[in-house]
Design a protein around this ligand. Structure first.
Ligand SMILES: [Fe+2]
Length: 146
């Protein structure tokens, strides 16, 4: 059901935003200023999508989950309670971007099938957002290996 998937998307976005802020605060390394800034920008871009997703759930006539307990139940993004080293932070973030892309693609088709073109269009925007982040991260990881 589209509203159920929107709840999963909302919870996963909240989880990803929290993790990204954790990485922004705790990342270390010789490229610290760039890493710190990258995670800050990504945190902002991911957070900016939360309200729109939540309001789509309301537009479809359902209540929006709004508690940490519900988010941890619904999220498909793995929580990170530790402080990984920088390379692992980026590797994990890349995997999370790919998870978000898959969810956005699935929901793009689901929304279109239900004639929710606005939601479908927003899923395309989210796919683009996470694909661009994934490209940045892959480029950062490649540089680290040289
Ligand atoms: Fe900050």
């Amino acid at each position: 059901m589209l509203s159920d998937n929107l709840k999963i998307l909302l919870a996963s976005t909240q989880s990803f935003a929290i993790k990204t802020q954790n990485f922004h605060w705790n990342v270390e390394g010789s490229n610290f200023p760039q890493y710190h800034a990258f995670f800050d920008t990504m945190y902002g871009d991911v957070s900016d999508t939360i309200d729109k997703i939540a309001e789509y759930i309301r537009i479809l006539g359902h209540y929006t989950p709004g508690s940490l307990t519900r988010y941890s139940e619904l999220s498909i993004i793995q929580d990170q309670t530790k402080i990984p080293r920088a390379e692992l932070m980026f590797a994990e973030s890349l995997q999370d971007c790919e998870t978000m892309i898959q969810l956005a693609v699935t929901m793009f088709h689901e929304a279109a099938n239900e004639n929710q073109q606005g939601i479908s269009n927003y899923m395309a925007e989210l796919q683009d957002l996470y694909a661009k982040k994934a490209w940045f991260i892959r480029s950062i990881l490649k540089k680290e290996r040289e």
